[in-house]
Design a protein around this ligand. Structure first.
Ligand code: TRP
Ligand code: ZN
Length: 868
């Protein structure tokens, strides 16, 4: 029996949170025996189950060839159970059950990269959220926890046999094969099961925990990549220590393994004691990968490590609670990264991602609460809202509580729920109990969609020396969530003396009512105001410092006040925010660029000397994609493009010699740490591209020299970008050189594809050339994303000839890899904002696609996208 890969979506496959029911059986233990052959894999399982509620015994399974099933030693026949494409149901099962099941699966032809699949010569698993049911029949849901013992058997051409937990035994098997038996002593849900079979080299180290446990650390990769694993190994040890120091959480097993895989749907996966990583999130080496990629490796290593407590030891009751583990773990990895580099820049980068992806998602047809109450395909809910907005909710609670109380809250969460599968309510209740502060109002953030609008107004009265701030919040109506309520919004703020630039002391009682504590005002009504007394001069207020809440702030700053904040605000994030607001006004509202130019030139020298990375961010000109996402109707990408080009021209002109002087003066080698060196490299690359824009006759020679002389990927790529995007005479040659140098380094080659796809003047022939290239590979999501991501960097192209590329990809991936297909298609979500006639044209294309796709993933996404 072989079940079709993509069962046609039936009338309504929606799953609702309100329908949650406890599992009828618990699984006391599972023994797995996985035997890999070239043309199939056999999976035998033995489940000891015990009834805990009335009802049928339900096992979930998909694309499995069922060979045999025994219940308490009796072979079952087809009459003894009901089987369909999704499940195997046994009615009237006794209270104590031993099930033995044999199935056959086909990892060698599994292109979906879910369940057990073959990536090149490597067999790996990906089971979150619902992949385990593609390995064997099982109650594949996160609230069924069990002890897994795994025997893995394969030909000796695959010397490495890994699974979760401790290695109990290895030995010879028939026909020159061998096996290994692993046992994971901790109870875990099936989505955290993993095994790996292949030929890999390993980097070893160890870490001694605060409890004195000596943990063997191992990173597995192909031999050639082992030298690129050292940064990840350092980051792992650092994460282990960080979680001990900041959350009191030591590691609990004797080993921790990480495996690098080049074909992977997302970033990485936190399987218990056996993380599996996309190579892009574990390999780091300045010769082959960029500074940004190196930072990302460290944060993803930390993220997956932190899941060991927030995700694995305490897991989710059901998939609606996904943001319980993801939102908290993202908040934790962001905090970790703030300790690694300029904290202001880490916050800037995290907020930039939030605003560029989560805000638009939440403003369009795919909008959903961080904890949705229904879904069709859970894979479609690994979204910016669940991850990034989820993290913001935790950050708000932590900001409000302060370090000490937040720690008491998390301690209580770990104390109460270790070993359990829980809900968002359990998390908020534990934080409340531990901290002694009622946080229940924050549940509204989890349950409601949309970005709140926060309107603020300031009024100064010279006679009474008072400053009054009035706040108002509102949410856009949402068809599926009618009862929207005011949410608690922590507003971190500061007042500055407009004459001297000095900050008024926030702790002074004369200045603040009790509503404001430690510079944070908790605004939790539809409308409210606060008053500050003893304000001797008209102040400039800085609101939402460090972006203390994920809201759209509207405050009537003058351009001069924003320039003031760029100069005098001591919070690096709000300095940056001031530049972004100024630039957005120039770009979207036609304001004069002079105020920004003057302020930035006065501020920069000081910032460069203090925090060069922050200095580089102050030149961030909002991307065309971001600007487009701020336009809700009649969006014409060409107009945004023109406006941005005009601004860049006037910036280049306005900065004049500053660009070359800065370029020549800065030396990354002279910096004292990685963060500063990274900042200097970023600044130099910005200056180089400005010089090209200025038409500086030396720009291309300097770029060519930088390209040739460096051993650093950020420098090499920065130079290459300037040459290629400006069609310099040297462009062809350096592109060819880059290819020759890095053709056997997939991550570097991804950059080569991306850079060309992102050429502002790329045309359909560019994309055709890249997608027909011998190194293009539709089986490797990283490579697909390098081209589609590059294309997407230029909305004029993406919304022009690029549309066909995305439609074709979605059609192809619908069958081969619907998880990735559905995600890529989301690039077109904002089609409805386009000006006519494009709007109707894209709509017709999407409707045409609808009749051709079958996967739940793509169908659900298309349906939502078209429902505007
Ligand atoms: N839990 C993973 C994380 O840490 C994300 C994840 C979910 C994932 N499904 C996946 C990763 C599929 C890779 C492939 O964020
Ligand atoms: Zn995660």
């Amino acid at each position: 029996m072989n079940i079709a890969a993509n069962p046609v979506v039936e009338a309504d496959q929606t799953v609702y949170l309100k329908d949650y029911q406890k599992p009828t059986f618990e699984v006391l233990s599972i023994d797995l025996d996985i035997s890999v052959f070239d043309d199939h894999t056999q999976v035998k399982s033995k489940l000891l189950m015990k009834r805990q509620a009335v009802g049928d015994l339900v096992l979930l399974g998909r694309d499995l060839e069922l060979k045999s099933i025994h219940l308490n030693d009796q072979a079952l026949s087809q009459a003894d159970y009901q089987l369909d494409a999704e499940k195997l149901v046994i009615s009237n099962a006794p209270d104590a059950v031993t099930l033995e099941i044999t199935v056959v699966i086909h990892p060698e032809t599994n292109t979906m990269l879910e369940g057990l699949y073959k990536a090149g010569d490597l067999y790996v698993t990906q089971n979150e959220p619902e992949g385990f049911r593609k390995i064997t029949y099982y109650p594949d849901r996160p609230d069924v926890l069990s002890v897994f013992t795994t025997r893995v058997e394969a030909d000796k051409k695959y010397p490495v046999l890994l699974a979760n937990g401790n290695l109990l035994e290895t030995g010879e098997a028939e026909n020159g094969r061998h096996y290994a038996i692993w046992q994971d002593p901790t109870k875990k849900p099936s989505y955290l099961f993993a095994c790996v079979i292949g030929d890999l080299a390993v980097l070893k180290d160890h870490y001694v925990t605060s409890e004195g446990r000596n943990v063997a650390l191992e990173i597995y990769a192909i031999e050639k990549d082992i030298p690129k694993c050292h940064i990840a190994m350092q980051a792992l040890k650092h994460s282990m220590q960080w979680d001990e120091e900041h959350y009191g959480r030591p590691y609990d097993l004797d080993n921790y393994m990480i495996v690098a895989v080049s074909q992977f749907n997302m970033g990485a996966m936190e399987n218990k004691g056996l993380n599996i990583f996309n190579t892009s999130c574990v390999l780091a080496d300045e010769e082959y990968t960029t500074d940004a990629a190196i930072m990302r490796v460290q944060s993803v290593i930390a993220h997956e490590y932190f899941h060991n407590w927030t995700g694995n030891r305490i897991t989710c009751r059901d998939w609606f609670q996904l943001c319980l583990k993801e939102g908290l773990t993202v908040f934790r990895d962001q905090s970790f990264s703030e300790d690694l580099q300029s904290a202001a820049v880490q916050r800037i980068d995290d907020v930039a991602v939030l605003k560029a992806h989560q805000f638009p998602e939440d403003a369009g047809p795919l909008s959903h609460p961080p904890r949705p109450d229904h879904f069709v395909e859970i894979n479609n809910f690994y979204t910016a809202t669940v991850y990034e907005k989820g993290a913001e909710i935790n950050r708000m609670m932590s900001t409000l509580l302060g370090k000490e109380k937040f720690r008491k809250g998390t301690d209580e969460y770990f104390r109460r729920h270790d070993g359990q599968a829980v809900t968002v309510e359990d998390w908020v209740a534990a934080l409340t109990a531990g901290s002694g502060v009622d946080l229940s109002a924050f549940l509204k953030w989890y349950n409601q969609p949309g970005t709140p609008k926060l309107e603020a107004q300031g009024e100064y009265d010279q006679a009474t020396q008072t400053y009054r701030l009035t706040f108002k919040q509102s949410l856009k109506a949402h068809a599926k969530y009618p009862n929207l309520q005011a949410v608690p919004i922590p507003v971190a703020l500061a007042l500055f003396n407009a004459k001297t630039g000095e900050q008024y002391t926030l702790h002074s009682e004369s200045l603040f009512e009790n509503a404001v504590k430690d510079g944070v005002y908790l605004f939790d009504q539809a409308e409210a105001s606060i008053e500050f007394t003893g304000v001797s001069e008209k102040p400039v207020v800085s609101l939402l410092r460090n972006f203390s809440a994920p809201v759209n702030l509207q405050f009537n700053y003058s351009d001069e006040e924003l320039a003031f904040l760029l100069k005098y605000e001591t919070n690096g994030f709000n300095q940056w925010q001031a530049t972004q607001t100024l630039l957005e006004r120039i770009l979207l509202e036609g304001h004069d660029a002079k105020v920004y130019l003057d302020a930035i030139q006065q501020t920069l020298p000081f910032v460069i000397s203090k925090d060069p990375l922050l200095a580089s961010r102050l030149f961030d000109v909002p991307t065309e994609g971001y600007l487009g996402s701020r336009i809700d109707e009649n969006y014409q990408p060409e107009i945004v493009h023109e406006a941005r080009e005009t601004l860049l021209e006037s910036l280049a002109r306005g900065l004049g010699d500053f660009c070359k002087e800065t370029y020549l003066a800065l030396d990354p080698v002279a910096q004292k740490d990685f963060s500063q060196a990274m900042g200097v490299r970023a600044l130099k690359n910005i200056m180089l591209s400005m010089m090209a824009r200025q038409g500086d006759p030396e720009a291309f020679d300097l770029a060519t020299a930088q390209y040739n002389e460096t051993g650093n990927m950020s420098e090499r790529l920065g130079a290459l970008r300037v040459l290629v995007w400006n069609d310099a005479p040297q462009a062809k040659e350096v592109l060819q050189d880059f290819y020759n140098r890095f053709k056997d380094e997939p991550l570097s080659l991804d950059q080569w594809f991306m850079l060309q796809a992102a050429h502002p003047n790329a045309g359909p022939e560019t994309i055709q050339y890249l997608t027909n290239h011998v190194d293009y590979d539709l089986g490797t999501p990283n490579r697909i994303r390098s081209v589609s991501g590059g294309l997407n960097a230029n909305p004029v192209n993406a919304w022009g000839f690029g549309i066909q590329h995305f439609i074709d990809l979605a059609k192809y991936l619908d069958e081969k890899n619907p998880i990735v297909g559905s995600r890529l298609l989301q690039v077109l979500t904002r089609w409805y904002t386009l000006a006519e006639p494009k709007r109707s044209a894209v709509k017709a294309q999407l409707e045409g696609l609808k009749s051709e796709v079958k996967s739940k993933n793509v169908v659900e996404t298309l349906n939502s996208m078209l429902n505007v």
